[in-house]
Design a protein around this ligand. Structure first.
Ligand code: COA
Length: 198
């Protein structure tokens, strides 16, 4: 079922959601607004604790901005923020790619499809914007359902320790990570030659 959801105080975003999920708990996927900052950080603190700032992925986010159009929030029926996902421009062994994360959904809103909707919307947008590949460090049993695989990152390294089994990739364009080898480093959006989406 395709529909447009209201995003109070947010730029509207439309996406596809299974009718059954909407009946269970309506939520909207929206562009993150500056006013979401405090709620987003509180949600991330709840989900990951203070150790989140020590993660290797954080080294690729420090001093960077999310890729244009790829900072998303999920809001509930009264507009409260219940989910957050941002994607960041990186170079993976010299190849333009995105780093997905952090992803978090409020404890009371889990297993309703919010996390999956955030990921699917972000991947659809990333493809529309011309991005070619997405990397992440996360639980393979969760991310495999969206197409993330270990094989795409086998010759890539992160700028710090990661569990190799959790370092996953997804090609938005076939072959985008084929033969990719080397370090993953931050990249400003202008460095990867993509249009500056709203
Ligand atoms: C992981 C997370 C974002 C999923 O959000 P969500 O809105 O509950 O996800 P969805 O509703 O789309 O999917 C829920 C399904 O994923 C499963 N799932 C959740 N986390 C999982 C994990 N780490 N590994 C495997 N499966 C997982 C749930 O059991 C559920 O399965 P079901 O549909 O069979 O009941 C949420 O649990 C969360 O914020 N966790 C804390 C932060 C975190 O771990 N972030 C991800 C970093 S790896």
């Amino acid at each position: 079922m395709a529909f447009e959801l209201a995003c109070p105080n947010h730029a509207p975003a439309s996406f596809i959601a299974p009718e059954a999920l909407v009946a269970r708990a309506p939520f909207a996927i929206c562009n993150e607004a500056p006013s979401d900052h405090a709620a987003r950080e509180a949600l991330l603190d709840d989900a990951f604790g203070p150790a989140r700032f020590l993660k290797t992925c954080q080294r690729l986010r420090d001093g960077s901005a999310p890729a244009p159009g790829l900072a998303l929030v999920a809001t509930d029926s009264v507009g409260a923020l219940i989910g957050t996902l941002r994607l960041w421009p990186v170079l993976a062994g010299g190849r333009a790619a995105l780093l997905l994360g952090p992803l978090a959904v409020a404890a009371q809103a889990r297993s309703l499809g919010v996390g999956g909707a955030l990921i699917r919307e972000s991947l659809a947008r990333a493809a529309d914007f011309g991005h070619r590949a997405v990397l992440l460090v996360g639980d393979a049993p969760y991310y495999a359902r969206f197409g993330f695989e270990r094989r795409f990152t086998e010759r890539l390294t992160m700028p710090g320790p990661v569990e190799r089994a959790r370092f996953l990739g997804l090609e938005l364009v076939d072959g985008a990570l084929s033969g990719a080898r080397g370090r993953v480093v931050p990249a400003a959006a202008h460095q990867i030659g993509l249009p500056q989406a709203a």
